[in-house]
Design a binder for this molecule. Structure first.
Ligand SMILES: [Zn+2]
Length: 362
């Protein structure tokens, strides 16, 4: 680092380097913009993300891209390659690592809407007997949160990996986020391929398969961490951890899978668990600013107080946003309160988290 400082010299660079050593990943995760919002989103990257020293941008693309390998899976309005290149060049100019996401395995439907993969390839559905409701309600008799694809279907990977490769190429990235959170439908008793199989093994095998595919092109796999935590033993429950017997997968997947450990209710100390198991981990808040700041302080402390071996695994923080860019950006500029949660919003959280992050480098 000293050599780098001598070369680069100026004060802001020193501050940046100091922050890089305290909290190497300073991320932001949001849905990719629609084509009509693209320019506004690029402006947001340049005016708000870059000055706050955000250096990682995870974009949920899913089917919002004009795939050439599988045009049948495109959303009716979707980003073109030229659109994506605008994001790529803005991120490159601002030294932001860009990581595209396609939800694999779980999240193949949302509320009463089936996602494009299962719409076009209904044979991949892990639970075809579960019909999509006209009006979605949770809880429901089918325990339907989101549909999953069957990880043992013999044709599913040929198709999803074509999308993964295409999106990674156009985003010019060395990492891909596969989602894989909240997978409730896995190893269904009615699936002829999966029934009776160990759900932890099914989950781990799918993670490993995706990881191995990416490794061929030297790309890193990022996933959400919830399925790897024991929801019962920790009391964290079925959302931010697993109550469907997937948690033992933590000991079955390659250690180079990068874990995004999301917690929205408390500053649970699960990053330590992932790091002790050998994984790189970031902590991901959503809309509670005070939890987010304490999660960030925890992350800095874990990194500082750990052994030489564990220290580098505590990578940093990723602010998560569960809307598209327009509601977030509008809320952010209007400093809007939520009718239900007041100042507990993703934009208040983002602002306060990154204010706190930028203070630690001063
Ligand atoms: Zn299956």
């Amino acid at each position: 680092m000293l050599f780098g400082q001598l070369l680069l010299g100026s004060k802001p660079v020193l501050a940046q380097n100091a922050l890089d050593s305290i909290l190497p990943v300073r991320g932001f995760a949001i849905a990719a913009p629609s084509p009509s919002y693209l320019d506004s989103f690029v402006t947001f990257i340049e005016k708000e993300l870059a000055p706050r020293q955000v250096n990682t941008l995870i974009l949920r693309v899913d089917y919002n891209y004009q795939y050439k390998t599988h045009p049948e899976l495109r959303d009716s309005i979707a980003l073109s390659s030229a659109d994506v290149k605008k994001i790529v060049s803005s991120c490159r100019a601002n030294k932001i690592r860009l990581i595209p996401q396609i939800n694999l395995l779980g999240h193949q439907s949302w509320a009463s809407r089936t996602g494009n993969l299962l719409l076009k390839y209904p044979g991949f559905d892990e639970t075809p007997e579960v019909k999509m409701p006209e009006t979605y309600k949770w809880p429901n008799a089918d325990s339907l949160y989101c549909k999953s694809y069957c990880p043992l279907h013999p044709q599913v990977h040929e198709i999803v990996f074509a999308l993964v490769d295409e999106i990674c190429d156009v985003f010019e990235t060395d990492a891909f986020h596969a989602g894989m959170d909240e997978v409730f439908y896995i190893g269904s008793d009615k699936c002829p391929r999966c029934k009776g199989k160990d759900k932890a093994k099914l989950f781990a095998d799918e993670v490993t398969r995706i990881r191995d595919h990416l490794a061929v092109s030297k790309r890193e796999l990022w996933i959400w961490g919830d399925r790897l935590l024991d929801g019962e033993a920790t009391g964290i429950g079925m959302w931010e951890a697993s109550l469907n017997n997937t948690h033992r997968a933590i000991d079955m997947i390659p250690k180079d899978v990068f874990i995004c450990d999301w917690h929205y209710e408390r500053s649970d100390k699960t990053a330590v668990y992932f790091a002790m198991k050998g994984f790189n981990v970031v902590t991901c808040p959503w809309r509670n600013p005070s939890h987010a700041v304490s999660q960030m302080q925890d992350m800095v402390a874990f990194r500082y107080e750990s052994s030489k071996v564990m220290k580098p695994r505590f990578k940093g923080m990723v602010q998560t946003v569960w809307s598209g860019p327009p509601p977030f950006v509008n809320g952010f500029y209007q400093n809007a309160k939520d009718p239900k949660t007041g100042e507990n919003t993703a934009w208040h959280c983002f602002r306060q988290l990154f204010d706190a992050i930028n203070k630690i480098s001063k």
